[in-house]
Write a protein that binds this ligand. Structure first.
Ligand SMILES: Nc1ncnc2c1ncn2[C@@H]1O[C@H](COP(=O)(O)OP(=O)(O)OP(=O)(O)O)[C@@H](O)[C@H]1O
Ligand SMILES: O=C(O)C1=C[C@@H](O)[C@@H](O)[C@H](O)C1
Ligand SMILES: [Mg+2]
Length: 188
């Protein structure tokens, strides 16, 4: 995966409940970048919740809206973007994310995701009789797609959000390497 993209955009991908919105907000605060969330943008534009869009327009139209929002947001500089859990299903979205920033794949165990999402009704794909089976199927389908574009893969299970953000900062710094001036002084 490409390096030297730390100065620009940071894109968070991963399953529902992996923590993209939570970690993304905290990462943006610490790095001085502006935070966006593709689900939130879609809700702002339509004026309704994600669950309502799925009900009325269906998942396919939701995916079109998602691609529209991602296409626009990746043109920005220096943002943190939390993407919807299924954004990576679209080859175009994957290409846009990989080209325009550093992609961070947040992983969490199915158990943790179930605990984190159990009281939320705004994740229509989990409104099913067997959310565990659904999550396992989503993981099997999507894990290779998240990995395809990930510059960093980080496990969020059992991890405090602030610790995660610090770990991410260190890994992002390593990915970028020392600034040219610093390495000049270290090796005169
Ligand atoms: N590392 C963590 N430890 C414990 N709880 C967490 C952690 N990260 C997120 N959470 C909690 O899990 C829930 C889901 O997190 P969040 O909304 O950030 O996930 P998401 O990846 O954005 O999901 P979606 O794709 O559905 O938007 C939230 O209630 C959040 O507080
Ligand atoms: O995993 C998914 O496909 C989804 C995740 C959420 O972020 C929302 O984008 C929506 O509920 C669909
Ligand atoms: Mg989110």
């Amino acid at each position: 995966m490409p390096t030297m993209k730390l100065a620009g955009n940071l894109f968070l991908v991963g399953l529902m409940g992996a923590g993209k919105t939570t970690v993304g907000r905290a990462l943006a605060r610490r790095s001085g970048k502006t935070f966006y969330d593709s689900d939130y943008e879609i809700e702002q534009r339509t004026g309704v919740r994600i669950a309502t869009i799925f009900d009325i327009e269906g998942e396919r139209r939701f995916r079109e809206r998602e691609t529209q929002v991602i296409t626009e947001l990746v043109q920005q500089q220096d943002i943190v973007l939390g993407t919807g859990g299924g954004a990576i299903l679209s080859p175009l979205n994957r290409q846009l994310l990989a080209r325009h920033g550093t992609v961070i794949y947040l992983r969490a165990s199915i158990d943790d995701i179930l605990t984190r999402t159990q009281h939320c009704t705004n994740r229509p794909l989990l409104q099913t009789a067997d959310p565990r089976a659904k999550l396992e199927a989503l993981f099997t389908e999507r894990d290779p797609l998240y990995r395809e574009i990930a510059d960093i893969v980080i496990d969020t299970s059992q991890q405090n959000v602030n610790l995660l953000v610090c770990q991410l900062e260190e890994r992002l710094a390593r990915l970028q390497g020392p600034p040219p001036e610093a390495s000049k002084h270290e090796n005169p």
